[in-house]
Structures are given as C-alpha cells and as structure tokens.
Design a protein around this ligand. Structure first.
Ligand code: PRE
Length: 357
C-alpha cells in the first residue's frame, strides 16, 4: 500500500472519529436527560441495557464481530449511565478476582468496583446501601454451586436483577520464571478443584495445595514468597505482576462461572428473562416431583435445579430453581401461585434479563 493510500484511509478515520465523538456526546445528552426524568431514582435499567445490546448484535452487519460491537456498546452505556449517576458495585475482593472481572463485564469500566473481604460482606454493604449492587458467583460449570451465595440469597432483602456468564481461564503464576523450588500452591478451593488433574500431572505430589479466600489473594500471597505459586486469572496476574508459568490450566476447557447481580431493584421484563426461586418441599415421599409439576402444567421450562441443606434442621432441604420467563408474565404468575399452594416455603429471588454478553 502506498503512503498516499495509507494517508487517505487515515484521513477518513479521523473524519469518522470526529463524527463518532459528536454522536457519542449526543447520545450521552439523551442519557443525562433521561437521568433527570428518573430524578435520582433507579438509574440502572438492566432490561433496557439487555435490549440495547441484543438489538446492536442483531443489526450488526460487520466487518466487526457481534461480540466486539456489543462490548463497545457495553462501555458506551456504562459511560452514559455514569453521567446520570456513577454506580458502586460490591464484589469478593481483593482487586483482580473473577468477581471483579464479572462486575466490569456487566457494568462496564465507568462503574466503581468495591472490593469486600467475603461474599457475606459484599451482600452486607449493599443491604446497608453503602454500594448499589453486589455481583456474586452462584455456580461453576465444573464445580457446581457456590453454597455461600445460595445461602445468603435465602434471607437477603435484595433482589436478583441480572446475571453474568464469565469464561474462567486459570494460569499457574509465580514471580520466578521456573517450576523449580515450588513448595506450595495457593488458590481458592474451587479453582484448585477446577485444576485438579493438571496439578496431579504437572506438579510433584509433595507440593502443598492451600486454599485461600480468593484467587487474587492467592496471587498476592505468592507474589510475596518465592517458594510459592498461585492459580489465578489474567486480572490477578496483572495486578500483582506475576509471570504465567502455564496458561489455561483448567481441566475443563469450557470452564464457566455464572454470577448474579443483586440490589434493591425490581426489574421489568426485557422480553428474554429468567426468574430465580428458592422453595422447600414437605418432607414426604414424592414431594419434590409433586412440587415441580406446575412447571410442566404451565409450559414453563426450568433452566436450573439445585438442592441445599436448609440449615434449620437435619436432612431438610431447600431447592433453588431458575425458570424461563418474567414474573410479569401470566404463565409465570400462575406457576408461582401453584407452587405457593404446594410448597412449605417459596421466595422469588428475582426476575431478570438473560445475559447478553
Ligand atoms: O434508557 C435509560 O433508562 C438510560 O438511562 C440510558 C441507558 C443507555 O445508555 O442506553 C443508560 C443506563 C441504563 O441502565 C439504560 C440505558
């Protein structure tokens, strides 16, 4: 390509960038006006954001891939929302955890993320209105449910208003560029389990596996001790200046974690929604089967079923169920009414748009 051709393309890009900048600010002025109409109430509208992102993906004609344009618009909406009012999102810290990556994936970089020492604390700061929303891990495709999040959801006054699906890639991190002399490997218990086979094959049996409160905490500890390594993701590696001795060491290549977003927030229907419930069955034969029969009767699909000890009595269980649809839809309401008649306890945890990104 000649210098002249290069210059003409760059001149075109400069002119387009000027137009894009004007359009972005025009868009932001509308968001600010919407913010004034909302009058400082609930500025974040997950159902509208899901609709905007879905529409962008559906109308995209390339050459940019759908995922790339959706990510760009995610950031545009994040910036627009922050001039209405910046949001604070609580997550299981320290900085660099997958929970923080999930918060940024869902709310964009204009949101303020607030690291908390535990999932409990992240719920508490939102319950006390010191932060707007909490993003908490709820299930992993390899390791299953995150019990603490499920337990907290039973009693919290917060409602689920969104979900985030994040691909999880783990790396073996160390300050030192070699495998020699590793005595201990730190990570979150779930991550150690997700890399169990890789660890068995690649590190000597005497290397101790130590579970800590988060992957980022593992990276922080390993950054202070040359005899240690950590299993954590990209954000933690970057945050603590760690080298990647081995990349993508998760045993299951599709390793994915689902997070829920909770706040004092009732979401209206987006057109593609889920409703999360927790309920208990009476302690008698066939009770669970009987409990779930209203779903089939009303043609409502179940996307998740998880049982947990109820913590109130020995061998009593609660069931976490996700169904397709929104509580604003008649068939979902009818299903809930039927469930309430049969179950000893039913709590709607929230209705929210299916993750778009
Ligand atoms: O439509 C709104 O309610 C807006 O505030 C605008 C906007 C956007 O930028 O498109 C910004 C934040 C909301 O969460 C949803 C959408």
């Amino acid at each position: 390509m000649s210098d002249e051709q290069l210059k003409s393309h760059r001149d075109a890009i400069d002119a387009l960038d000027t137009r894009i900048l004007e359009l972005l600010n025009e868009r932001a002025s509308h968001a600010r006006a919407i913010g004034e109409i909302k009058g400082g109430g609930l500025v974040y509208r997950p159902e509208r954001e899901a609709q905007v992102l879905s529409r962008i993906k559906a109308t995209n004609r390339g050459p940019l891939p759908d995922e790339s344009v959706a990510k760009l618009f995610r950031e545009i909406m994040s910036a627009c929302l922050s001039i209405e009012r910046p949001l604070t999102i609580a997550y299981l810290g320290p900085e660099g955890t997958f929970s923080q990556s999930a918060a940024i994936k869902h709310f964009g970089h204009a949101a303020v993320t607030q690291a908390c020492a535990s999932i409990d604390e992240a719920f508490r700061v939102v319950e006390a209105r010191s932060a707007d929303y909490v993003v908490a891990p709820v299930e992993n495709s390899t390791e299953g449910a995150v019990g603490r999040t499920l337990d907290l959801m039973v009693n919290t006054p917060l409602q689920v208003c969104g979900e985030v699906v994040l691909r999880i890639h783990h790396h073996l991190l160390r300050k030192d560029p070699s495998f020699d002399g590793i005595r201990r490997v730190y990570s979150h218990a779930q991550s150690l389990a997700q890399c169990h086979e890789w660890l068995n094959k690649n590190l000597p049996a005497e290397v101790e596996r130590i579970s800590v409160s988060s992957n980022a905490e593992a990276a922080r500890l390993a950054s202070l001790d040359t005899q240690c390594a950590a299993i954590a993701g990209d954000a933690a590696a970057e945050k603590f200046g760690m080298l990647k001795l081995a990349e993508n060491i998760e045993d299951e290549p599709n390793n994915t974690t689902r997070f829920l977003v909770l706040g004092y927030h009732h979401t209206t229907a987006s057109g593609r929604d889920k409703t999360s419930l927790v309920m208990s069955a009476q302690n008698k034969p066939g009770a669970v089967h009987q409990l779930l029969s209203p779903l089939a009767e009303h043609g409502v699909s179940m996307t998740k079923f998880e049982s947990r000890p109820s913590r109130t009595g020995l061998w009593e269980y609660v069931f976490f169920v996700d169904i397709e649809g929104h509580t604003g839809e008649a068939r979902v309401q009818q299903t809930l009414d039927a469930l309430r008649e049969r179950a000893a306890f039913v709590k709607v945890l929230g209705a929210y748009p299916v993750a778009v990104l």
